[in-house]
Ligand binder design. Sequence first.
Ligand SMILES: [Zn+2]
Length: 325
Amino acid sequence: MHLGVDVGGTKTEICLLSSTAVASLAFRERMHTEREKSLSEFFSRLRKLLKQSLASSSISFSEIKTIGVGLPGAIDPINEVMLQGSVPFFKNQNLKELFARELALDGKPFKGEIKFDNDANCFALAEAYLGAGKKWAEENKVPLNQLCMVGVTFGTGVGGGLIVNGKMIRGRRGGAGEIGHITLVEAGRPCYCGKQGCAEQYLSGPAFEHFFNHHTEALHPLSGKDIFILAEKNDPFAISAIESYRDRLVHFLSNLSNLLDPHVIVLGGGMSTQPRLYEGISKLLSEACFLTQEPPAVIRNELGGSAGVIGAALLPEGIFKAHES
Ligand SMILES: [Zn+2]
């Protein structure tokens, strides 16, 4: 059994995958992260959730062989320290020691393999090996060990994971794939990272909502979902907000395409659920890319909200390798 933990800025999820059929989920549960509280409080709630989940699935803690953890930040792959991220109490901690000690339900530190990675990397890993990337590769007869894929999440923020020839690209300090902070608009909106015009400031869910609500001076701000519903009713402001978002999205994806020339770009997060965004995107992308023929396929994820936690469970080397061929 392989435990996956996905720590998000607002919620934390756990899942257990069986070792023989990785796609088979024994359980998937979630809790609020409560990042304003302390680390010990976080782990005390996480242990409780794990205990309850194991008990309800009749699985004992000793059956867990590996633990994979996704975190909302850049994780140094050598030292396994979170260098930057949105849950402050994990920053600069020795993650391996911490999780081995704090997740032990039997009182002894966990002895099995524990791996850590950025949450968007976990999303990309799960989609490449068990989700939309895998499906696309099978349909197009591309072996998984040759697959080049970018996974992009458009949620509260914008994150990315880069898979080249079936392998995750983590970079020197785990900072590869921080594509939400690529400059999309010169001297544009200020970003919390200190720069201006970052992709995240235009392509995240809140950015899309802000654009619409600001331009229409809405008395009651609408959610992203409501704006897409309005567009279906031919509301010109909603249609224009979506078209403007899609133009920026195409610009952004063409930059990624020019950098990596992937087979496929898999979209995740709340914005990715809107079919309207995919309309005509292939043609627009081919016009925007340097290589105008056969632009990368832009497709929606297959695993939905489970991708992050499943990808976390896949992180330990053994499981990952088992799915490479
Ligand atoms: Zn930024």
